[in-house]
Design a protein around this ligand. Structure first.
Ligand code: ADP
Ligand code: MG
Length: 244
């Protein structure tokens, strides 16, 4: 579904991503791990078009998407959430998702027109699939941190993605919220047939949910493989997991 080949990006001569490789098969949950500063967020920005690579090639569903603008990549079916939650704080939970659905359907949200009648069913279905239905009328800015991160995933679903990219979806969450979010990610992959690419610090989460894990170090791909293969790789144990 997604193939990243030898992709690089530098900032003022510093190679944040340095020949990274990644492949994601349809229906898989794939994690990218690596220490802070390894280049995970930059790699996600290169895939979703927020940044243009200096070199390398990115293909999605057999089509080259390297350096396309973000809205074109989004239309092709890649949606993402950011490391910092990105929502409309003064709108309700319902309206936040509805805006995402409206924009996917190419309708502008015109505050003087009764746009609130559009896509009510679609919006409700998304609310239910992420477990926020009972909070539909709450003002987004008043949600708990965990619910705000879940709302952000729901907003990404409004774009009807094939591939969902999540940057540290459980960052700052309590253990209960983390467990709920991981269950949600699994459920979305299973029930919606979504393919999910995410990065995450919590190794229990990563090894518990992923079909494949890619390990990044200093902008490079150290290895990509099954959790078992990654866990047993001597380079990974030395460089990242710590050898016991
Ligand atoms: P990670 O998400 O794995 O923690 P990042 O992709 O955020 O890593 O960052 C990789 C490296 O690139 C870091 O050293 C970071 O400081 C640097 N970096 C990221 N974005 C920029 C930028 N816009 N300008 C300069 N340096 C950047
Ligand atoms: Mg990051």
């Amino acid at each position: 579904m997604l193939r990243v080949e030898n992709v690089s990006k530098q900032f003022d001569g510093f190679k944040a991503v340095n020949g990274a490789n990644l492949s994601v098969e349809k229906g898989e949950i794939v994690a990218v791990i690596g220490p802070n500063g390894a280049g995970k967020t930059t790699l996600f920005n290169l895939i979703s078009g927020q940044l243009k690579p200096d070199s390398g090639k990115i293909t999605f569903l057999g089509e080259e998407i390297t350096a396309l603008p973000p809205h074109r990549i989004c239309k092709k079916g890649i949606a993402r959430s950011f490391q910092i939650a990105n929502i409309f704080h003064r709108l309700t939970v319902f309206r936040n998702i509805q805006v995402a659905v409206l924009s996917q359907k190419n309708r502008n949200l015109n505050l003087t027109s009764p746009s609130d009648r559009f896509f009510i069913e679609e919006t409700r279905a998304i609310l239910e699939s992420v477990g926020l239905a009972d909070k539909h009328g709450e003002i987004a800015g008043a949600l708990s941190h965990g619910d705000r991160r879940v709302l952000e995933i729901a907003i990404a679903l409004g774009n009807e993605p094939r591939l969902l990219i999540l940057d540290e979806p459980t960052a700052g969450m309590s253990p209960e919220e983390t467990a709920g979010t991981i269950a949600l990610i699994k459920r979305l992959a299973e029930t919606r047939g979504l393919t999910i690419l995410f990065c995450e610090h919590d190794m229990d989460v990563v090894f518990g949910v992923s079909h494949e894990i890619m390990v990044m170090e200093q902008g490079r791909t150290l290895i990509q493989g099954t959790p078992e293969a990654v866990k047993n790789d001597p380079d990974v144990q030395r460089a990242y997991l710590g050898t016991e």
